[in-house]
Design a protein around this ligand. Structure first.
Ligand SMILES: [Zn+2]
Length: 136
């Protein structure tokens, strides 16, 4: 018997390991360019604004605002089906980057564009902890 496939586990490699290690410690990392000063997310090895490769990890404040969201009522990919309904969201981090995530601990009718959020971390049962957001 084989276990069913999962679609929520990241492929952790040498480049992204610091990000996932930090998440396990309750810290959200972003990348910031030392040439143009802009921060970005998801993590890339070069700056998506100016293509510089002089980019470093930085701990984010964890503060964000809700940009948009969608309540997911059906998802056939394991293990998401066991989590519905959930709030798939895009948030604007205080440092600037826009991030895909999930909003937790918030009634759906209380969701508002621009509402202040703070990062939290969902412990992974088989993989690394993942950043989610809850109302600030
Ligand atoms: Zn740059």
């Amino acid at each position: 018997m084989t276990s069913s496939p999962r679609y929520d586990l990241p492929d952790v490699d040498a480049f992204t390991r610091p990000y996932w290690d930090a998440a396990g410690e309750g810290r959200l990392l972003i990348r910031r360019c030392r040439d143009c000063g802009r921060a970005h997310h998801y993590p890339r090895e070069f700056c998506p604004s100016c293509w510089s490769e002089d980019v470093a990890w930085e701990e984010a404040s964890g503060r964000a605002e809700l940009y948009t969201w969608s309540v997911v009522h059906r998802n056939d990919l394991p293990p998401f089906g066991a989590r519905v309904p959930y709030v798939a969201a895009v948030v604007d981090l205080a440092e600037g980057p826009r991030m895909m995530t999930e909003v937790v601990d918030c009634p759906q009718d209380a969701l508002r564009i621009g509402m202040p959020l703070r990062v939290a971390f969902r412990a992974g049962d088989e993989g690394p902890a993942t950043p989610v957001f809850r109302p600030a």
